[in-house]
Ligand binder design. Structure first.
Ligand SMILES: C[S@@+](CC[C@H](N)C(=O)[O-])C[C@H]1O[C@@H](n2cnc3c(N)ncnc32)[C@H](O)[C@@H]1O
Length: 851
């Protein structure tokens, strides 16, 4: 049995199991032609194992299963046309087809479901019977369309406990089996894909199973059954089927309705993922707005807030944020803003109305704080000061331990009557029991202005929960129980947040290690959690370089969509970048790429020249974080990446942005210490240069470095060795990365969070320094107007952590199509634009001089 075989063996079910067409007559039956006598061999119906009844009329059988009637030999080799390859497949040839069969005295009809014998030690398989036929050797056979149990899917046995034991998934995998493999009948109810458990329970037979989704090996997809048929109803857009390699600019992309949808960016970093998603969805005509963002890193929050004044940025741990959301829901219920246990509809974002953006969550809103301070000063002038502490107003809310007093809980920031800002304190909710009115005021206002998301009010959650426990660099990885490793706990927090808020769409990003570590446990867990919540899900692995940046950077993206929504597709590459690094074989199917045989015109991969050759020269000790360009753009990429904020899609401009308009920001390198700088100055300016080119190092057998014994060790001015020991020992002397110099015709492997040259190739091709923050930002596809905050190291971290902007744009576009029901059922789609041209609000951008 070929159950679980790979994509090339998949076939679509082309046979309908329509009982009316299962005519019991032979020959073409029309109203005028009476049934002709049956000529086919009559099968004895009372045998224990046999096909029963008269065979299906030959003409009808040949029409429905033509591939079974092509030869008198047992099998016929034929090209598999439905799967995406030309390999030959053996098709069992038939004498006759039947409608019924008897196995062990039990009668089966076409369309019945049955347990099918598996290899010893395995649970019996589950199949839908889609064909009964007698082979040319007169053997009774059936064709099975397989159901998968959770443990047979990508979720696998380690995470199968997440899924209801009675739940199975229909697949498109078929194969032929001798009739005697059937063991017993099983009832499998098709239930509606929504979450109404009472309705579901009423449909599930007592000893039976149920299904509401199909499972496909292509991109390991779990998808509602209903969307298969709904496609025809919604007029699939021509946007989806545009030619691959199209050079359209954003202005040529069709725009659809403008309703506003709210995005929550969890683990937002400086906001690259949500920035790109909102840009991409706007290209599809959807106004997606990052309403809330959460990150534990205050500098990342500051960057996000500056670039997105419209976002309520919360600088807190995601686990605290989740506790806060639960408390917030209770408070909204308490003050009758929400019905108990009913998702919030009142704050639905569908209306497209802007909220009153009053008191935000704790964040980087310095300007608002200044305003509040002014208000208080005004107020305090008109009020009598009193020694008694009285709450004037609640300013903010958080969950955690804001006073660092080892007392976690729900806290409010209090403005005390008669006292200024410097006296504000965080007070636990228990201490505010006699301030119900103030509390009510705060909650009502916060509810109205959406300070926090409520279940049902978030349309889309995106996030890259850190899973540091999977990193290949982490020597203490716990591969037996990956979720018990606190470094991987965030994946659970993230999924719990999804479970609480129940958004319509989810997009999760992670490193490829999530599929490698512990046999992909965490990736499987993420899918299992989504499917257990009844989300449709599919996985894709995308290389940033394939979308128009000179950086390879492979990442995993997991889509989830609510049962009533379309599951987004993966956008196919626009640029030709060759695969580097392997993935486990079970996950090869998720690589988002063209089939080799598809002829398509991809753009050539970009190089460092394309991306950074226009940037002015800077020294190792550059201190300005803002300067004039002093140069003009030399390439298409540079022209578009330099666009001013007002010319970039989806970025707002306000007074805070004025000082940096037209300026080049963050073009500063990590300042190397004098020894490292000295070393970098010794690295020749040639392609492929690294520490191996320094005097005293020779390359021996197996590409390992050795000390040159014919000479003394060369020393720096400081007396330290020119070639440090760690460079010689790195990867047992086989690495070429220490003090590696990049070259302008190259594409980098991946932009990382640290800029030290000790074990990575980060030195500028022609200058004696590492790549600057801005150069890295360009390799990640950030427009130059996206300014970053924090120390130099912090800014490198934000850029290195980010989702490459063009990848997020491409995925945002897919989302935009899906949420308008404009995408197809197939997992892949072509983009009608390319990066960075798509950044332009208008395609009429002239010139590129930003100085
Ligand atoms: C991979 S980065 C996300 C990058 C982001 N998606 C982007 O595109 O810019 C992961 C982020 O998780 C944040 N983080 C780590 N632990 C956290 C926690 N417990 N709560 C909230 N944020 C956390 C880090 O500060 C980091 O910014």
């Amino acid at each position: 049995m070929g159950k679980g075989s790979k994509r090339k063996h998949q076939k679509k079910i082309d046979e309908s199991i329509d009982s009316e067409s299962e005519t019991q007559t032979q020959g073409l039956t029309t109203l005028l032609d009476p049934p002709k006598p049956k000529k086919a061999r009559k099968v004895v119906p009372d045998s224990d194992l046999c096909l029963v009844g008269p065979p299906i009329a030959p003409a009808e059988a040949r029409q429905r299963w033509p591939h079974r009637y092509q030869s008198k030999n047992k099998v016929k080799k034929q090209a598999v046309t439905e799967a995406s390859n030309d390999e030959e497949n053996e098709v069992l040839q038939a004498r006759n087809h039947y409608v019924e069969a008897i196995v062990d005295g039990c009668r089966y009809k076409l369309g019945d479901n049955a347990y099918v014998k598996a290899e010893d030690g395995n649970l019996d398989y589950i199949a839908r019977i889609v064909e009964f036929f007698e082979t040319v050797d007169q053997e009774p056979f059936f064709k099975a369309q397989w159901f998968y149990r959770a443990e047979d899917t990508v979720i696998n046995k380690d995470n199968a406990h997440l899924i209801d034991k009675r739940r199975v998934f229909l697949s498109d995998i078929h194969d032929d089996n001798p009739l005697n493999c059937i063991i017993s009948k099983v009832e499998i109810a098709e239930v509606a894909p929504d979450n109404d458990s009472a309705a579901k329970e009423s449909r599930i037979p007592d000893s039976g199973l149920y299904y509401n989704m199909k499972y496909s090996l292509q991109h390991l997809t779990f998808k509602n059954i209903f969307t298969e048929t709904s496609k025809k109803d919604n007029g699939t857009s021509s946007v989806v089927s545009s030619e691959c390699g199209s050079n359209n600019t954003s202005s040529e992309v069709q725009r659809f309705d403008k309703s506003q949808k709210y995005l929550l960016d969890l683990y937002s970093g400086c906001g690259a993922m949500s920035t790109g998603l909102c840009m991409g969805s706007s290209l599809a005509g959807i106004k997606l707005v990052t309403k809330w963002a959460v990150d534990i890193n205050s500098f990342a929050c500051k960057s996000l807030q500056w670039n997105h004044p419209e976002t309520k940025v919360r600088n807190e741990a995601a686990e605290d944020f989740l506790c806060l959301l639960k408390e917030w829901e209770k408070l909204c219920q308490k003050f009758s803003l929400l019905e108990p246990n009913k998702p919030s509809e009142t704050v639905s974002s569908e209306t497209g109305e802007e909220d009153d953006d009053d008191d935000d969550g704790q964040g980087c809103e310095e300007e608002k704080e200044q305003e509040q301070e002014k208000e208080r000063q005004d107020d305090s002038g008109s009020e009598d000061s009193s020694e008694e502490f009285e709450v004037e107003r609640l300013l903010d809310i958080c969950f955690g331990d804001p006073n660092k007093a080892k007392k976690r809980g729900l806290y409010f920031k209090v403005l005390w009557k008669g006292y200024d800002k410097s006296y504000d304190t965080w007070e636990p909710i228990e201490g505010l029991s006699n301030c119900e009115e103030r509390l009510k005021e705060f909650v009502s206002k916060g509810y109205k202005s959406n300070i926090l998301p409520l279940p049902g009010s978030v349309y889309f959650i995106c996030g890259g929960p850190p899973c540091q426990g999977v990193s290949g660099f982490n020597r203490f990885r716990n591969s037996n129980a990956p979720l018990e490793d606190v470094k991987n706990k965030q994946l659970v927090v993230y999924m719990d947040t999804i479970e609480h808020l129940k958004p319509r769409y989810v997009l999760t990003e992670n490193v490829v290690d999530i599929l490698k570590f512990a046999k992909g446990f965490l990736g499987r867990y993420a899918v299992g959690r989504l499917v257990s919540m009844n989300y449709q899900a599919r996985m894709g692995m995308m290389a940033a370089g394939s979308y128009g940046v000179p950086q390879f950077r492979m990442r995993v993206f997991l889509w989830g969509s609510h049962p009533s929504e379309r599951l987004p597709q993966y956008p196919l590459p626009t640029h030709e970048v060759f695969s580097r690094g392997g993935v486990p074989i079970e996950f090869e199917e998720i690589h988002v790429t063209y089939d080799k045989k598809d002829s398509c015109q991809l753009e050539s991969a970009l190089t460092l020249t394309d991306a950074i050759s226009d940037l002015p020269q800077v020294n190792n000790d550059e201190s300005r974080d803002q300067r004039n360009y002093g140069t003009t753009a030399r390439t298409e990429f540079q022209k578009f990446i330099r666009l001013r904020r007002k010319d970039v899609i989806n970025l707002t401009v306000d007074s805070r942005h004025a000082p940096s308009l037209g300026m080049l920001c963050d073009h500063q390198p990590l300042q190397l210490n004098p020894d490292d700088y000295d070393r970098v100055c010794h690295i020749p300016k040639k392609k492929g240069a690294n520490f191996r080119d320094l005097p005293g190092v020779v390359v021996g057998e197996n590409n390992r470095v050795e000390w040159d014994t014919t000479m003394d060790r060369v020393l720096l001015k400081s007396g330290k060795p020119l070639v440090p020991d760690y460079a010689m020992k790195f990867v047992k002397g086989r690495s070429t990365k220490p003090f590696g110099r990049l070259w302008m015709d190259e594409i980098v492997n991946t932009v990382v969070t640290r800029a030290e040259p000790h074990n990575q190739t980060v030195i500028h091709p022609s200058q004696n320094r590492v790549l600057t923050i801005r150069e890295n930002a360009r390799l990640q596809g950030f427009p130059d107007c996206y300014k970053l905050f924090g120390t130099i190291k912090e800014r490198y971290i934000q850029v290195g952590n980010a989702v490459a902007v063009p990848v997020a744009i491409a995925l945002g576009y897919s989302f935009g199509l899906a949420c308008q029901n404009l995408c197809g059922d197939e997992p892949l789609m072509t983009l009608p634009f390319k990066f960075p041209n798509c950044l332009a609000r208008s395609s009429q951008i002239e010139g590129g001089d930003s100085d």
